[in-house]
Design a protein around this ligand. Structure first.
Ligand SMILES: Cc1cc2nc3c(=O)[nH]c(=O)nc-3n(C[C@H](O)[C@H](O)[C@H](O)COP(=O)(O)O)c2cc1C
Length: 390
């Protein structure tokens, strides 16, 4: 029997864990239909904002920044796309259009500043047919683009006010700019959240060296990329154990492997955004088959068996094995004598020989840096017959 990808999220049974996160790709029913066709289990609509409605998006608003420095590289999707261009009436019309033309659940997303408007907007979204509502109190460009400590009470307050006006599932979207996201998540769960999104994007800045001005539209921008995954995984594992509500992981799901890691770290669903912006809806189709193939290969019948499995497998600081168990050795035939390993070894264990570089196993600390940097993969770690105590 093929593995089951289905998950329960916000009272909905979804055929797979892939939800499309809000951005202009989810602004209209037409765009959402393409995402449904590609396999999206649900879609969160582009956020409606009380403070910036009906403003055209800035042009241009996207940059892909490639950082290359020595052995390091990182790609950043740097962008300034504010809230939906629709006012509340038009936003709700679009929800209704989605509901009449798509079969998948539609989440509204609201970014609001005042209590009265929270009530009005959640009621209007419910009437228009939304299946659930994300509370986007963490937009990196919005009125709440403040520090996490200020944002948390704002999120809890928004939740309380919205709850007065609707019985729909309410899902706060957390900022990554929190001191302790795990504690914040527990607080929001006890304040009535139906689920949580971890996380929105980071706010940030880049500067043009010639003009000495901020790039793009000239101000702060949201930024994310594949590198965001590690932050998300770290806090998923701290948050998942014992949390009474499901988590939607968001941030860094650029590959199916990244998405699977999020589930193993505790996510019930994975919200995908930038990968779809950059590669189109077919990303979802690929993620779904890769997840199915992964479960099949590991003989896992359902995601319920592996969700959060990593949480119990984290090694506590005091239990980390600090003995010197390995030494590095160079395969002479593969060494090109480039000298990178010798330059980075702080233990003076590596020296240039007649034919190739060589490593003194007694001086080697087994840190593994030289093999990470060797351009020809000539270095490997080997277990010591008896670990050295240091
Ligand atoms: C261009 C762009 C627009 C976005 N607009 C919204 C938005 O309107 N509301 C929201 O809650 N998040 C918004 N986000 C954040 C995404 O929904 C998502 O949480 C974030 O990009 C992290 O996921 P990713 O790494 O898959 O992109 C936007 C992100 C991008 C890149």
């Amino acid at each position: 029997m093929p593995p089951s990808l289905s998950v329960d999220y916000c009272g909905l049974r979804l055929p797979n864990p892939f939800i499309v996160a809000p951005a202009a790709i989810t602004e209209t029913a037409d765009r959402i239909r393409r995402l449904e066709d590609a396999g999206a289990a649900a879609v969160v609509m582009k956020s409606y904002s009380e403070t910036e409605p009906q403003r055209r998006h800035a042009t241009p608003r996207f940059r892909i920044l490639h950082h290359r420095a020595g052995p390091f590289s990182a790609d950043v999707l740097y962008s300034y796309e504010q809230a939906s261009v629709f006012d509340l009436d038009r936003y709700c019309e679009e929800i209704a259009r989605c509901k009449s033309s798509c079969a998948i659940p539609i989440f509204a997303s609201l970014h609001i500043a005042t209590d009265d408007h929270w009530r009005e907007a959640v009621r209007a979204c419910e009437q228009a047919g939304a299946d659930a509502i994300e509370l986007n109190v963490s937009c990196p460009h919005g009125v709440h683009a403040m520090g996490g400590d200020e944002m948390l009470p704002a999120m809890a307050h928004a939740l309380a006010v919205a709850r007065e006006a609707t019985s729909l599932p309410l899902v706060p979207k957390m900022t990554p700019q929190l001191d302790r996201p795990d504690l914040a998540a527990r607080y929001l769960a006890s304040s009535g959240a139906s689920a949580l999104v971890m996380f929105n994007r980071f706010t940030g800045l880049d500067v043009d060296l010639d003009s000495m001005r901020p790039i793009l539209h000239g101000g702060y921008a949201g930024h994310g990329g594949p590198w965001a995954l590690h932050y998300v995984l770290r806090w998923l594992t701290a948050t998942y154990p014992g949390l009474p509500i499901p988590i939607a992981a968001s941030g860094g799901a650029f590959s199916s492997d990244a998405a699977i890691k999020m589930v193993l770290a505790g996510a019930t669903v994975v919200e995908v955004c930038s990968a779809i912006i950059a590669e189109g809806p077919a990303v979802l189709t690929r993620f779904i088959s890769a997840l199915e193939e992964y479960l099949d290969r590991h003989s896992i019948a359902s995601l319920d068996y592996v969700r959060g499995i990593v949480c119990d497998r984290l090694t506590a600081t005091d239990d980390v094995d600090r003995r010197n168990r390995f030494f590095a050795a160079i395969a002479p035939g593969l060494c090109t004598s480039c000298g990178v390993c010798g330059r980075v070894c702080i233990y003076d264990a590596i020296s240039e020989g007649a034919q190739s570089y060589a490593i003194d196993p007694d001086a080697c600390d087994g840190c593994g840096l030289c093999l990470e940097l060797c351009p020809t993969e000539a270095i490997a770690l080997h277990p010591r017959p008896t670990p050295l105590e240091r």
